[in-house]
Design a protein around this ligand. Sequence first.
Ligand code: NAG
Ligand code: NAG
Ligand code: NAG
Ligand code: NAG
Ligand code: NAG
Ligand code: NAG
Length: 476
Amino acid sequence: MGFADLLIPLLSLVTSSVCAGVGGASQGGAVLCPLQCVCETRPWYTPQSVYHQARTVDCNELHLQRIPANVSSDTQVLLLQSNNISSITTELQRLTNLTELDLSQNHFTQVSSMGLSTLGRLVTLYLEENRIEELEDFSLRNLSSLEELYINHNHISSIGPKAFAGLTNLLRLHLNSNRLVAIDSRWFESLPSLEILMIGENPILGLEEKNFLPLSRLHSLVLAGMGLASVPSAAFLGLDYLESLSFYDNRLRSVPRDALSMLPNLKFLDLNKNPIGRVQQGDFQNLQHLEELSLNNMEELLMVERAAFQNLPEIAKLELCNNPRLSYIDPQAFSDLSSLRTLLLHSNQLSLLSGDLLSSLPSLEEVSLHSNPLRCDCLSSWGPHLGNQSHLKMLESSITLCSTPHHLIGRELQEVVAFAWGGPGGGGANSCLPHISPHAFPPAMNVSAGQPITLECWADADPAPQFYWVTPTGDK
Ligand SMILES: *[C@@H]1O[C@H](CO)[C@@H](O)[C@H](O)[C@H]1NC(C)=O
Ligand SMILES: *[C@@H]1O[C@H](CO)[C@@H](O)[C@H](O)[C@H]1NC(C)=O
Ligand SMILES: *[C@@H]1O[C@H](CO)[C@@H](O)[C@H](O)[C@H]1NC(C)=O
Ligand SMILES: *[C@@H]1O[C@H](CO)[C@@H](O)[C@H](O)[C@H]1NC(C)=O
Ligand SMILES: *[C@@H]1O[C@H](CO)[C@@H](O)[C@H](O)[C@H]1NC(C)=O
Ligand SMILES: *[C@@H]1O[C@H](CO)[C@@H](O)[C@H](O)[C@H]1NC(C)=O
């Protein structure tokens, strides 16, 4: 089509040469560019976000079966995403200046045969969404500059204990969505610099004691979607600098408190989507630096006990949302949360929050309560916090609506409170009776005659309710 090497200056720092075949490639010693690829200088950022200009060869989405010949040997970034490449012979050997190589979404099954051993300057390697089944020992050993390895969404079921040998500068490792059934702490002995590890969505049978011991510089660990039902108490031993931990979508029935207590620098904890039934006293103790905690999307969560969040002096944000059976938070549950600024409680089964609960939060700035079956008759609980004098910001107040009593259904909680609290007759004799959530009890319990049985009961009301139990025979 008559295209010669076109050198197009763009904004003075990007130059582009679009080549169309063999003929043009020889002109004036110009840069060779493989057929259909785009060769140009592009901005490139290191994992530390330092800006560089990089000679880039972009061959993404070209249905290529092989790495093109004639990729210029001064190429720094080679993009081959979404092709149909399953093997490499010697094409990469000359490309000793590569800093980024993207081979994601191809058909590779093996790493050891990829000929990566000359890529001593490679910083970022994308191998995700291939069909790699195994990582053999030493298969990456010459990649001593590598800082980021994405090998997620493959079929890896086996990783040799020395598979990562030589990766002394690796900062980020994505191993998620593979077929690993166990985590071997020996892998991590080769990774003294690792800061981020994503290893979720593997059918791991369980974590083991000291599973991550060598990762003394790890900041962030994602253990999402692994079917974890429990966590051994020493699983996280050695993770002294871990700041962020996610257990999203596992099978934990209680907060793994012993394991968490080994993480002195934890700041962000995500326990969303686990079948935790209760948040218990002492579940989070010792997390002196925790800043954000999420307990959302828990189908089984019924209640939050008193002092559940004890000893969390730095927590600023607490999320307890989308828990369809959460009907009760003990009035003393939040005592001690002196730094809490944001409290998200929307989309639960809460009808009332004890006034004590909000009073115990001196730094609270904003709260969400919408999509709960709210009672608007308990003004002495709501009034001090939502009345006209309050500085508390109600998030989504226009959809924070009353469910009871009948004559207030559909009204805005804050408007009802503002109107009635402190107004004529307001702030005074407003009592409200306890409602006991239908979710609070199991539908049936079997007990043999003469055996002890414990039934728990909780409800908010004003004044605070008293509880007693009447047996089927009428005894109180
Ligand atoms: C690649 O370069 C070789 C010589 O170095 C040449 O024979 C070949 O035709 C080139 N191929 C392409 C696709 O430019
Ligand atoms: C690789 O980079 C170095 C320094 O940036 C440069 O001197 C050398 O010429 C480059 N090699 C190739 C093959 O372009
Ligand atoms: C990918 O390559 C294989 C052979 O390696 C071939 O059978 C298949 O048709 C190719 N698929 C596409 C989409 O090109
Ligand atoms: C790769 O590393 C091994 C062992 O460290 C070394 O013997 C070999 O020469 C290296 N290969 C290249 C191509 O640098
Ligand atoms: C509080 O504000 C509402 C709406 O602005 C107003 O109707 C009500 O009279 C106010 N109550 C008091 C006690 O000032
Ligand atoms: C109680 O016992 C009955 C009869 O043995 C059984 O059908 C039922 O499932 C049991 N219920 C519970 C909650 O264990």
